[in-house]
Design a protein around this ligand. Structure first.
Ligand code: FAD
Ligand code: DLZ
Ligand code: SF4
Length: 507
């Protein structure tokens, strides 16, 4: 064998650089279901089943294209448990001249790869991952010398680079960003589109049984299992989104509704992040839908910004700032993660809804992650590292390169404002405006303090008071600080007491 090509669980793309550099006649692909990868955080059962099944289907796809694939299932006798051990075994079996691999998404795995040459006494070529638009080096060059990093300016570079929604040098419609049109609450609608669901085939059924047997005690419901596990089905799910939900994507991007976990979202991040869908291809399809008059500009621009803007930007920050980034805790928050993040046993209707659907679907949309579970943790002073491990394990789309900057930076302000310009902290009024959760909640969103008051309210003002000095430096927080200062001393005391009382009930 000439090259041994390890393909990781989030590299399920036929045009992957390591495969493009290979030759099916002389090389062997190695894929492995690994105990270490499934448990370095205890991933949601549905996430593990999704990846194992997608990996098995991808191995079939490669074999059909003429590749020899050494595929090691989790229950195989020769399963080594981790990447390096499995590779050592494969080197013994196949006696390759070299190892060729595409760079990994996570820093942790990059460290492993860096040790392979010495541990295996073989040359190791690590090729770039061209599924992203911006390389870590390009991002570092963009960031160099800037006093502040802001997604909006990075995004404009990516628009220019790809030509997406551009007319020459100017943005389509004359503006770069149509977010101001995208903040409408949604109404219950009998005809709300639903993500396309797929029936488990024989391969998926076998994986479901394996995951139940081996990871039965992990968080989350394994069934019903309806994710696409092949490129063709993921593409069909994306096309259904473009046809039915994308026209409303912009308008209702920030909305939340009881019993509607998906609203007008794409529900494709799990497919993009493991390689079943290609980011640039989906953006081109959305641009084409705009040009053919199927979707309005605010929807197309909003969607494309999430992918070529936010998705690339968070990856850039991750590789720029790791390994130190994961331990940042700028607000010095140390409270343990409350149990209800696992059990959903809380009277807060908004939190209960987000955690319940997370358990059922391994999915919550962005505003639930940011403004419900994330916002609560920020206000309550939860340890950002514990929260990071929660987000990394419970969502089907979670890999550290994308989850960590979103959690630590965007949602918890634990990087002190590197990624986001102000903390995404909000009281119950925001949740009430964007959702219909409060109507059925035991708490009263209109009350600031007292036993019946929405906990987000006192916690919000208490957060402002606790971090007053730091927030005073931020002009975008000035109005909130003034509002707090306008409360009389007795009200400030009631706020502190209510917040402390509620926090004590968490312990
Ligand atoms: P849509 O709302 O339909 O958006 C379309 C696509 O845009 C998504 O599929 C995704 O690829 C991309 N996108 C949108 N927002 C972001 C963002 N902030 N960062 C990166 N990509 C984005 N996204 C992940 O892919 N993996 C994660 O582990 C993850 N963890 C998060 C943790 C927190 C605390 C927060 C606030 C956000 C996190 N996000 C994460 C971003 C976002 O919530 C998800 O990408 C989105 O909810 C996926 O659902 P969707 O496909 O329906 O997205
Ligand atoms: C997330 C994950 C899981 C649960 N299982 C596997 C696996 O068994 N085999 C594998 O090759 N990859 C898996 N992955 C994805 C890896 O963790 C991923 O490649 C790293 O997170 C790097 O981004
Ligand atoms: Fe959430 Fe407060 Fe509304 Fe209840 S009242 S749903 S806790 S925001």
């Amino acid at each position: 064998v000439r090259n041994l090509i390890p393909v990781l669980g989030d590299q399920l793309t036929p045009t992957l650089t390591s495969l493009a550099a290979g030759d099916p006649k002389q090389d062997v692909v190695l894929m492995a279901e690994l105990h270490d990868e499934a448990t370095y955080v205890r991933h949601h059962k549905k996430k593990i089943a999704f990846l194992f099944s997608a990996m098995r289907h991808f191995a079939e796809e490669l074999r059909a294209a003429g590749w020899t694939v050494d595929y090691v299932t989790l229950d195989a006798a020769e399963n080594g448990g981790g990447f390096t051990e499995q590779l050592r075994q494969a080197v013994k079996t196949h006696r390759p001249q070299r190892i060729v691999v595409t760079e990994p998404g996570e820093w942790r795995v990059g460290q492993m790869m860096a040790g392979w040459e010495e541990q295996l006494s073989l040359p190791v070529d690590i090729l770039p991952d061209t599924r992203f638009l911006c390389t870590p080096d390009e991002f570092a060059a963009w960031a160099r010398g800037r006093k502040q990093l802001r997604m909006e300016y990075f995004y404009r570079e990516m628009r220019r680079k790809t030509g997406l929604l551009m007319e020459g040098d100017t943005p389509e419609g004359g503006r770069w960003n149509y977010d101001t049109e995208n903040r409408k609450p949604a109404a219950l609608d009998l005809f709300m589109p639903k993500p396309k669901t797929c029936k488990p085939d024989a391969i998926t059924k076998e994986v479901l049984a394996l995951v139940e047997a081996r990871f039965g005690n992990h968080f989350g419901d394994l069934e019903p299992f309806w994710f696409a596990v092949t490129r063709a089905d993921a593409q069909a799910a994306f096309t259904a989104f473009v046809d039915h939900a994308l026209p409303f994507f912009g308008d209702y991007q920030d909305a939340m509704l009881t019993g509607e976990p998906f609203l007008y979202h794409a529900v494709i991040s799990q497919y993009l992040n493991c390689g079943l869908l290609d980011p640039l291809t989906v953006c081109r399809a959305v641009e084409a839908a705009y040009h053919s008059g199927k979707v309005p500009l605010n929807a197309a621009e909003g969607f494309i910004r999430q992918i070529i803007g936010w998705r690339e930007y968070v990856r850039g920050i991750y590789w720029l700032k790791m390994p130190g980034y994961v331990s940042l805790n700028a607000l010095d928050h140390h409270r343990p993660l409350p149990d209800f993040y696992w059990t959903a046993e809380t009277d807060m209707a908004c939190v209960k809804a987000a955690v319940t659907q997370t358990k059922q679907q391994a999915y919550a949309h962005h505003i639930q992650r940011l403004m419900v579970t994330g916002n609560f943790a920020l206000l309550a002073g939860i340890d950002p590292h514990a929260l990071h491990e929660w987000y990394l394990s419970v969502y089907a789309d979670a890999y550290e390169w994308v989850e960590l900057p979103n959690t630590l930076g965007m949602s918890q302000f634990a990087d002190g404002g590197l990624l986001a310009s102000k903390p995404y902290a909000a009281s119950g009024a925001y949740i009430n405006r964007m959702s219909n959760y409060c109507g059925s909640c035991r708490y009263d969103v209109k009350q600031r303090t007292g036993a019946k008051a929405c906990p987000f309210n006192a916690l919000y003002w208490d957060f402002i008071a606790r971090h007053r000095d730091r927030l005073a430096k931020n002009p975008r927080m000035a109005q909130m600080l003034r509002s707090y200062d306008n409360f009389d001393a007795a009200e400030r005391e009631r706020i502190a007491d209510s917040a402390a009382g509620f926090l004590a009930s968490l312990d």
